[in-house]
Write a protein that binds this ligand. Structure first.
Ligand SMILES: [Zn+2]
Length: 489
């Protein structure tokens, strides 16, 4: 069995002022051919799961590429056409193929293809033909479309947020693909999308309502004839008609059962919708929580400038808050500001600098913050995640300065990624368990590593495009009416 594998993944926040061009994908790193296997085997990723399945099931893997970019604005026409063009041309060259395994996000938006994952799958289908099975793994934040469902034989999404089951889902996809190749199963799919557009600060799968939805999905998956049940929470700032929560049920040749189960789960999601709201503290409440710290650390998270939801990562509001409140023994990851990094490099380790920090990408994330700081350390900004999420993956923040401002150690970086791993601090000489306050830009993924060390987690919301308040975003293309923006019966 010859099976092509590929990853092309982007979560697109169309409200970001930073377009996602080819250079953005190249900066995040493109692995091609055997590099895919060398770089990703054994990591906590979907591709590693495909490789596990190949070993267990005995199929031959033909790697196309693994490419992704940090969530940001609209994918340019050029980037989409070049990358999807390469994918399709490589699949054509690899023929004859017995199957295709894809790792996609499901919330990619391109300038000329709003349902970019659907368009990608359609083109893959066109090149491999109707008889070659195509199975794709999607993110839990996918905006699943009818086009995606139709173009693939089978789609399955992550069951966890933080996404710690990517490798497991990759394995499952590989096993299902083999059953498809051997004509053991005939997928019948039902996609149901209740009129819901939940944000993700309360979407983590260790708490309701998502915990209850995934638990029900697993009960359904145990029923005879059910191949997969996926609940995707969706990604509002993609601003596409498909944005929002999706339930996708795949059975073995029983469309009626698929439809009935998908409708039941969608009904449950609708009934529990209020549970997706809230969970964010005011800055006053955060200041009070800091006064009440016993041993720490208190993990303080600004959800409105989360790089992995498309935030530029350059809001200085967390630092402004910490300095205004005289908080010491604090560490902050991160503020993206290449100009400030250059100033720290020019000054050198052990020197003092005066800067206008952050707030430079656009006017949506607060103004720059004037600071005086001490340059404690300069690094290349590279470290390897210890996990659990993305264990083994190397992160590249670009050149990075540890700037100390009145007792707050700030990682000032050239690139923005969500700080989801303790090694973001440890690789910079900061032991997070020994700080009173750990300040992060994030939403849910930070919880996998930081919740176990936290005395308490407090979410706050500065200015920005990735927060919980959807009324801040100028939506143009989502379906209306939709909860929680519009009144619904
Ligand atoms: Zn996600």
């Amino acid at each position: 069995m010859r099976v092509a594998i590929a990853e092309l993944s982007h979560e697109t926040n169309v409200f970001s002022s930073v377009p996602t061009d080819l250079a953005a994908f190249e900066r995040s790193g493109i692995y091609r051919g055997t590099e895919v296997v060398e770089a990703l085997r054994g990591t906590a990723t979907t591709i590693a799961g495909f490789l596990d399945a190949a070993e267990r099931q005995g199929f031959t893997v033909l790697p196309v590429f693994a490419v992704w970019a940090t969530p940001s604005g609209m994918v340019t026409r050029e980037a989409f056409e070049v990358l999807v063009g390469e994918l399709v041309a490589t699949l054509e060259r690899m023929a004859p193929l017995d199957g295709v395994l894809l790792s996609l996000h499901g919330a990619m938006v391109a300038e000329h293809a709003l349902d970019a994952d659907g368009e990608l799958l359609r083109r893959v289908r066109a090149v491999v033909g109707p008889d070659t099975p195509v199975v794709a793994v999607l993110d839990l934040h996918a905006n699943i479309s009818a086009t995606m469902v139709e173009a693939a034989d089978l789609l399955l999404g992550y069951d966890t947020y933080p996404h710690v089951d990517q490798r497991e889902r990759g394995r499952e996809a590989g096993e299902l693909l083999v059953r498809l190749i051997q004509r053991e199963i005939r997928p019948a799919k039902a996609l149901v999308k209740p009129p819901m557009l939940p944000t993700s600060q309360n979407m983590t799968t260790d708490r309701d309502p998502m915990r209850a939805l995934i638990a029900r999905a697993h009960e359904f998956e145990a029923l005879p004839g059910v191949l997969n049940v996926t609940v995707a929470g969706g990604f509002p700032p993609a601003d596409v008609p498909e944005a929002g929560l999706s339930v996708l049920v795949t059975t073995d040749g029983d469309p009626g059962l698929a439809q009935a189960l998908a409708e039941e789960l969608a009904r449950l999601a609708w009934e529990r919708r209020e549970g997706f709201l809230g969970g964010v503290s005011s800055w006053e409440e955060a200041a009070q929580a800091i006064r009440e710290i016993r041993s720490g650390p208190l993990v303080l998270v600004d959800i409105a400038d989360n790089p992995w939801t498309g935030g530029p990562g350059d809001s200085a509001e967390l630092l402004r808050f910490l300095l205004t409140n005289g908080v010491r023994e604090a560490a902050l990851a991160l503020i993206r500001d290449p100009e400030a990094v250059a100033a720290c490099l020019a000054a050198g380790v052990g020197q003092r600098v005066e800067l206008e920090l952050g707030g430079k990408t656009d006017r949506l994330h607060g103004p720059p913050l004037p600071v005086r700081g001490y340059v404690r350390l300069l690094s290349d900004g590279r470290y390897r995640n210890r996990g659990p999420m993305h264990a083994g993956i190397v992160v590249d923040l670009g050149r990075t300065a540890v700037l100390v401002c009145d007792g707050v150690e700030v990682l000032v970086t050239e690139r923005a990624e969500s700080p989801i791993d303790l090694n973001v601090f440890r690789s910079h000489g900061i032991e997070p368990t020994e700080r009173r306050v750990i300040a992060l830009k994030g939403k849910g993924h930070f919880r996998a590593a930081f919740e176990p060390i936290a005395e308490r987690v407090v979410l706050v919301e500065g200015p920005g495009i990735t927060g919980s308040d959807l009324t801040r975003l100028p939506f143009r293309r989502i379906r209306r009416p939709i909860w929680p923006l519009d009144p619904l019966p």
